[in-house]
Each structure stands twice: as C-alpha cells, then as structure tokens.
Design a protein. Structure first.
Length: 402
C-alpha cells in the first residue's frame, strides 16, 4: 500500500468515526484531515507532473496507484468524497477553496469550467437538497422534470385523427399531422443567499451539511412552487394560473353562494373537466377556501362531500368528489374570503402536464457584504417551467358581487 492509499484509508476511517454515534475529538480530527489533505495534494501534484513527462521509448510514466484499488477509486464521485466535503465546508467558512480542489480536473464535469468559477457544491449536499424538495414539496414532486437545452422548441402534437366509415371502393381522407404548437424553455436563475451568522455555530461537517441544505431547500422550494402556479414567465417560469394558452372555456367564476354549493361545483367546474384529463388531476386551493366552503358541504341527501375523515392514516386526507385536494399557502392562491373579484381561488390540473426544465445542479459563491458586515453564501439554480398541455387546467375565480 503506497502513501496515497494510506491517506485515503485514514480519511475513510475518520469519515466512519464522524458518521458514527460514539464520542470523537472533532478539533483533532479536523486538524488531521487538513494535514492529510495537504499531503495528498502534494502527492497528486507530483503524480500529475510525472504523468506530463515524456521519456524516450515510453509514452508516459505510470502513476503510483494507477491500477488495482487506485483505478477503482478514480471512478468515484470526487465531489462526494470526505476530503472534498471538508474542503467545501472550509470554503463556506473562509471563502477560500484549497488549491488541490480548484484545478481543471475538478471542474471538467461541473456546471461551468472557466477559471473564475467558484466552488461546486459537493454531491452529498446537492442530493440532500433535491431529496428535501421531493419530500417537502408536493407540487414540485408532482411536476415533470426535463433536462433539455434551453431555446430548443418542443413540438406539441395537435393531430386528433378521425375515423370514418367507408363503403366498397371508397377510401378515407388523409389527415396531416399538426405540429403548429410548441414550447420553448429559457435560462432563468433561482438564487438563494444565506448570511454567515446563520452558520457560525456549525462546527462539524455533518451539522454544516444539514444546516445549509435545509436553508437552501426551504427557500428554493417556496420559490419553485410559487412559480409553478403563479410565475409571470419573465425572468422566471410561467405559472399555469397565468398562462394565456389555458382555454377561456376552462375558466369559471363562482359567487360566494355558489362556492359552498355542491350543485354549482358539479355544474360549473366538474362538468368542464375533459374526460381525458380527469385521471391524475388534483385541486389546489388555500386552506381557508377548503375549510370554509368545501369541508362540511353536503349534497341533497345531507351526505358530506369533502369526506376528510375517510381513509385516515396520519391525519385527515382532503378530497373533493373523489379528487385529491392539495392545500397551498395564502400567498400562492388566496382564500375565497380574502380574494378580490376576479382572483383565482382554486385550480384543477394534472401536475404531470407541467414541466420544470433544469439539470438541478447548484453552484455556491461567497463574498463579504460591507453594508451589513456579513459573509454571504449564495446558491444558484438554473431552471424554467411551463405547462405542456393546458387543456386539462380548470381555473376557478371569485365572481364579482352582483
């Protein structure tokens, strides 16, 4: 076992000790990790220099540890290693990334590969952020995720072929495929800034990762879900509530009296949902609308319509006429009583018809804000979103008082 393999083995032992539940001397381990990383950087720089030397009769000088276990380690995700995660934590605290992790070999597969690029978020933190978005964000979890180049138009098939009966010696008309509709995605940046004062008490790597991922996930999740429903399309995704491609016949106005009436919802809302879009669709509304007008609504026989007590697991399951109801915050969709005339108070849609286009890769930057005397960490996510098929979206608005 050469020295580089010994260093990797020791770093693995330290990682196991930190991940365990037993007592550890964090300060001593941090000092040892820094020393091992420095020694490893020197060895790697030496190996890189050796690899660049050409000798007569040989294509290159073999590098120590290039075969066996060393070759297997070469395919390991370098941004998920314990040493890179420790280096990233130091970058978040000091703003300085160790020289061993700023070379081209650590930027070749990153989001950017220019010399002014800052630190790439370690894979462990990146995966944690995306996982929390999936678990916490019911809206974000339901939309379709794409990873296509921005600016490319995605054609939408508009052909609705019609079969006709034919007699002997007759043929049906040829029907052309229509592709006159398309969707194009742009590049929009979603930014999250966190002041260093929120992280000053974080001293261990595990605590640092848990803290920064929670802060980024919560902020970006709120912005993403708000954009999916109400995004303006200018500098941000286009929300399904403001998309002009939603057919005018799919927009319904309900008065206060009608909002609490089973017959009005069935006639004005459910009757307008196309049969092809009913499966997999959900209602989205504020808790004030559901609790005040939907929950407790009865039919002509006095049976409850909401049936929130049917199929309880860990709490009430909000449903309306067999369709799931997802409650959103009041700043996304206003409750009926607080909404003005013409405001959206509920929407029915299949989230799978909405697409978020992004590679879901984050990049972290850091600078000192002299106005507030704080170190600021900034994470950026490049994404765009649009509804692919607006025909199944039913928008319910508050009608003006007569």
């Amino acid at each position: 076992m050469n020295r580089l393999e010994q260093i990797l083995a020791r770093l693995t032992e330290i990682r196991s000790a930190l991940a365990g539940t037993g007592p550890v001397d964090v300060a001593a381990l941090q000092t040892e990790v820094n020393e091992l990383n420095a020694e490893r950087a020197q060895i790697e720089q030496r190996n890189a220099l050796l690899a660049g030397l050409q000798l007569p009769g040989a294509s290159s000088i073999p590098q120590p540890g290039a075969a066996g276990a060393g070759a297997a380690a070469a395919v390991e995700d370098r941004f998920a290693t314990m040493e890179y995660r420790s280096a990233f934590m130091e970058f978040a605290k000091t703003g300085v990334m160790p020289a061993a992790y700023t070379g081209q070999e650590f930027r070749a597969n990153a989001v950017t590969n220019t010399t002014d690029a800052s630190a790439v978020v370690p894979t462990t933190i990146l995966n944690e952020v995306i996982k929390k978005m999936e678990v916490r964000g019911s809206i974000f979890a339901g939309v379709r995720k794409l990873n296509i180049q921005g600016g490319i138009e995605v054609p939408i098939l508009t052909l609705k072929p019609k079969a006709t009966w034919i007699g002997e010696n007759q043929v049906s008309d040829r029907q052309k495929v229509g592709m006159n509709q398309n969707v194009s995605f742009s590049y929009y940046g979603l930014e999250c800034r966190v002041a260093i004062s929120l992280l000053t008490s974080v001293v261990t790597l595990a605590m640092f990762e848990a803290q920064i991922s929670d802060l980024i996930a919560e902020a970006m999740l709120i912005a993403l879900e708000a954009a999916i429903l109400r995004g303006t399309g200018t500098g941000q995704p286009l929300g399904l509530l403001v998309d002009t491609r939603v057919p005018a016949a799919n927009k319904v106005d309900l008065t206060e009296a009608e909002a609490g009436t089973w017959a009005a919802w069935k006639k004005e809302v459910f009757a307008k949902i196309p049969l092809a879009y009913r499966s997999g669709g959900s209602f989205f509304m504020a808790a004030g609308t559901f609790e005040t007008y939907i929950d407790g609504m009865t039919d002509q026989q006095g049976q409850p319509i909401g049936r929130v007590n049917a199929g309880i697991t860990e709490g009430p399951q909000e449903r309306f006429a067999g369709k799931p109801v997802q409650l959103v915050e009041d700043d996304v969709i206003a409750p009926f009583d607080a909404a003005a005339a013409g405001d959206v108070i509920a929407v029915f849609a299949r989230l799978s018809d909405y697409a978020i286009n992004s590679n879901l890769q984050l990049q972290m930057f850091r600078w000192f804000d002299h106005e507030t005397n704080q170190w600021v960490d900034k994470a950026i996510l490049i994404a765009d979103g649009k509804i692919l098929d607006p025909n199944g979206v039913i928008i319910v608005r508050k009608a003006a008082t007569v």
